[in-house]
Write a new protein. Structure first.
Length: 127
């Protein structure tokens, strides 16, 4: 099997293992060797416990896999000084993963933060 396909299957396994479950450091470190993404995942786990990541599209080339996805969860932890609203949220995101030796070693992420803030009721998106 070509490496690009293996990398896509690895990301699917990673997303399935973490989506909708408690994201412990030990679980995340099974797939990730990038402290920045580990900290990012644990941070959002504290805000949106057991959040889901739903892959909408995936592309891959060489050691990179890029997904367009949705993050779905419930705001149950403090977020930038804002107490939990207990509101359900769903936010679009794009993530690029670099994979080496069956581990994520680097990533790039962009998420629709304006939509998140609007869904939490702390910001309005202009018409």
């Amino acid at each position: 099997m070509e490496q690009t396909q293996k990398n896509k299957e690895f990301i699917i396994e990673y997303v399935n293992a973490l989506s909708g479950t408690p994201k412990t450091r030990e679980l995340v470190e099974k797939y990730v060797d990038d402290n920045n993404i580990i900290q990012h995942i644990l941070f959002f786990e504290s805000i949106l416990p057991e959040y889901e990541l739903i892959i909408d599209e995936m592309t891959a080339e060489d050691d990179r896999v890029v997904i367009l996805a949705r993050v779905r969860g419930r705001h149950e932890g403090e977020f930038n000084g804002m107490p939990p609203t207990h509101k359900a949220v769903e936010v679009s995101a794009a993530v690029s993963y670099q994979i080496k030796d069956d581990k994520i070693v680097a990533h790039w992420l962009i998420a629709d933060q304006a939509s998140l803030l609007e869904q939490l009721g702390v910001a309005a998106v202009p018409a």
